[in-house]
Design a protein. Structure first.
Length: 371
């Protein structure tokens, strides 16, 4: 008999890996205090961090925190346990180099993408030149409780069954943000927005060797379809390939349905509602006896909960019935706590740059195929 999930009205769960936490207070310097930087500031303040800001624009700084215009202008005797780089991507490498000039053994949390495509070699050399430092690249969906729960439900409902298809769709209409000068990535295009998140999802459901082969391999002929804007930057993409023995479908758009004429949104995604700004983040596992789908926040239709931040809904479809459950979790908050704890303890390994190398390959493939 198929086990039943709790009803949505009584199924607020918080599953996932054991949380790594930093038990003692720590000091942190936040380099960049825009939209993303302010989220980091809120999370680290809740962790008891003693915060300082490096932000040249006074309008962006939190007035209650000490602020400096640059890393170079920090007082020589001011030390920090943790540095967080949340500047625009094109400033990441310069910011990291400036931090290293102050502290060659710095512990650094680096917002994704780690650097621009053309800077991968420079970043690798910079990291190699500072072997006693520790750098972690933000990878929030690697720590998402909803994905750990999805993996558990797979074992519960389909023990021993292989995943036939793994479908991931992360979409949003970012044109209003871009018009205000926010989240503009002319190097990676859409691959710099959601594709790294989608690669993080893959880690939960394919083996590490198979994933490494995919990340380091070429783009298979005919597997990738992209839409380009007037500047020939990708605004939507659909990749259908295989990783190990699993069929994989990855879809993303940063212009909503505007790119449908070139890259049509997969039909299965239209069974799920979208949130404001056409935001939709879906992960679907298809096995022989069951399909499981998680809608990652923000959810598109929870009554009286506009945006439904930090709530995620899992749907289990079997031959007998459909079950749903809702999970409460902040993937970004969980990731910040895990990564800062690892950095402080010095146990974080070298940053994994293979996902960034993969999107560099995708960007190159797109440019070559459309030239």
């Amino acid at each position: 008999m198929t086990p039943a999930l709790p009803s949505p009205s009584s199924s607020e769960q918080q599953p996932g890996p054991a949380s790594a936490t930093a038990s003692a207070a720590f000091s942190a310097c936040l380099v960049g205090h825009g939209t993303v930087g302010s989220l980091y500031a809120t999370i680290m303040s809740s962790m008891g961090a003693d915060l300082g800001l490096v932000e040249p624009d006074p309008a962006r700084s939190a007035t209650e925190l000490p602020r400096w215009a640059s890393v170079e202008s920090l007082p020589a005797d001011r030390d920090f346990d943790i540095w967080v780089i949340s500047t625009p991507t094109e400033e990441h490498l310069r910011s990291l180099a400036a931090i290293y000039r102050r502290d060659p053994q710095a512990r650094v949390l680096l917002e994704k993408p780690a650097c621009r495509v053309a800077e991968l070699g420079q970043l690798t050399e910079l990291l190699r030149a500072h072997p006693h430092s520790r750098v972690a690249v933000m990878d929030q969906y690697r720590y998402a409780a909803a994905l750990f729960e999805l993996a558990r439900l797979r074992e519960r409902y389909a023990p021993g069954e292989d995943i036939r298809r793994l479908r991931v769709a992360f979409s949003k209409d970012r044109r209003p943000d871009m018009a205000r000068g926010r989240f503009i990535d002319r190097d990676h295009g859409l691959f710099g927005y959601e594709w790294l998140h989608m690669i993080a999802v893959l880690r939960h459901f394919v083996s590490q060797p198979d994933l490494a082969d995919y990340l380091t391999g070429p783009v298979r002929p005919g597997s990738l379809v992209t839409a380009l804007d007037a500047d020939r930057v990708a605004t939507a993409a659909l990749e259908r390939t295989s990783i190990g023995g699993t069929e994989v479908e990855l879809f993303s758009t940063v212009v909503g349905d505007a790119a449908d004429a070139q890259v049509e949104r997969p039909i299965w995604t239209r069974d799920f509602p979208v949130a404001l700004g056409e935001r939709q983040r879906l992960v679907r596992l298809e096995m022989e006896s069951v399909n499981l789908t998680v809608e990652l926040e923000p959810l598109g239709s929870l009554s009286s909960q506009l945006g439904a931040r930090n709530r995620h809904r899992i749907t289990v479809d079997t031959a007998e019935a459909t079950h749903r459950t809702v999970i409460s979790d902040s993937p970004l908050g969980s990731a910040v706590r895990h990564l800062i704890a690892e950095l402080r303890e010095g146990i974080s390994s070298a940053p994994d740059l293979l996902p960034l190398r993969r999107i560099a390959t995708l960007v190159s493939s797109t440019s070559t195929s459309r030239s």
